[in-house]
Design a protein around this ligand. Structure first.
Ligand code: SAH
Length: 344
């Protein structure tokens, strides 16, 4: 069966018309699935039993993620979820409470094929892409579970969002639709290790989300050591694509920089970042490495982290240090899903 949750409003209209029903029925269907959040066909009472039956007979249904487990941090500001998909694969999502509201970190793939050597999500490779319905349902299930409303979305969970381009774009359209969650594009951030052609494609779609680049080194040779994708696209090409993105969407770029002891946390790197992103008016998120079992890499010392930030400041680059939240529940970087897989 095909999951109705995974179609945009426009796609639903085509489906409904193709089975001989009137277009406005699609809007009703979309509103009940994404606005009222029904979890099964029979609950869509706005449509007659006959139409519901017809939709089902054509192979469509409403599917939902099922919650395997929720982990709460001691301070109750971070909740980590494991969800099971229809085919029994497991994904993770994180909910974080900030003073300005709830922010959700969503997965876009089951596993990942990018192979960054400090990241737990990629260690077992890519299993499959998530559908748009599976991406958006992470929001719905977390909101329902805690009876809250999420105001910010970051695609920084498991997976490389630009490696699952079509479904991720459909997800944007679904979550933005006023009959559904009605979330402004400005409240969405997509993080990528730098799939250059896809950055151009995204820029041309007129979906002004915030683009965040996982830089992790201002030098191509060092970047190649820790991120295999750097063998395919150079930093220069990424920066050019970022400029294009900024000019097309008006959205400022952010850069993520995971600080790894002795690998990328020196003064030379900090100064080079300054040169590299000058003129982009970008913001840098410094993330002290969250150490994982599968790698020997260590996190930077507090002194080095502060020093790095200081140098950036002196050369006029804005940065914040992002302390990973919920470390007591392994809330970062795919470690929970991996633990679950190792145990089952
Ligand atoms: N594939 C996307 C999104 C995934 S992860 C990307 O590469 O951007 C979101 C961020 O967490 C990325 O910047 C990623 O490099 C970083 N990250 C992954 N593992 C980490 C770890 N162990 N410690 C700190 N940051 C990590």
């Amino acid at each position: 069966m095909k999951n109705l949750k995974t179609y945009t409003n426009e796609e639903l209209q085509n489906i409904i018309e193709s089975i001989g029903e009137k277009k406005f029925r699609a809007k009703q269907l979309f509103e009940w699935i994404h606005g009222k959040r029904v979890n099964q066909m029979d609950d869509i009472t706005v449509l007659s039993k006959k139409i519901i039956e017809k939709i089902s007979l054509n192979g469509y249904t409403v599917q939902s993620l099922s919650k395997v487990k929720r982990f709460d941090s001691k301070d109750k500001h971070t909740h980590k979820y494991l969800f099971k998909l229809e085919d029994d694969h497991v994904i993770e999502s994180v909910l974080m409470k900030y003073h300005h509201g709830y922010s959700a970190c969503l997965s876009t793939q089951v596993g990942c094929r990018m192979g960054c050597n400090f990241c737990a999500s990629t260690k077992a490779g890519l299993v499959r892409n998530l559908t748009a319905g599976e991406i958006v349902d992470q929001i719905y299930q977390m909101e329902k579970d805690l009876n809250i409303s999420i105001s910010n979305i970051v695609l920084m969970g498991t997976g490389e969002p630009l490696d699952n381009f079509e479904e991720v774009v459909k997800f944007f359209r679904i979550v933005h639709d006023e009959l559904g969650k009605n979330l402004g594009y400005r409240h969405i951030t997509l993080s990528t290790c730098g799939l250059v052609p896809k950055i151009y494609e995204l820029a041309n779609l007129n979906i002004p989300i915030t683009l965040s680049i996982s830089l992790h080194s201002p030098f191509d040779d060092k970047r190649k050591e820790i991120m295999p994708i750097a063998n395919k696209y150079s930093i220069d090409e990424i920066i050019k694509a970022c400029k294009y993105y900024f000019n097309s969407t008006g959205r400022r770029i952010t850069f993520e920089y995971t600080l790894i002891k002795g690998v990328n946390d020196g003064e030379r790197e900090a100064r080079a970042i300054g040169k590299l992103i000058k003129g982009l008016n970008a913001h840098v998120n410094l993330i002290p490495l969250n150490e994982i079992r599968e790698s020997e890499l260590e996190t930077s010392t507090d002194g080095n982290v502060q020093n790095f930030k200081c140098i950036l400041e002196k050369i006029g680059v804005n940065s914040t240090i992002r302390r990973e939240m919920g470390l007591d529940i392994n809330a970062a970087c795919g470690q929970l899903r991996k633990d679950y897989m190792d145990a089952h």
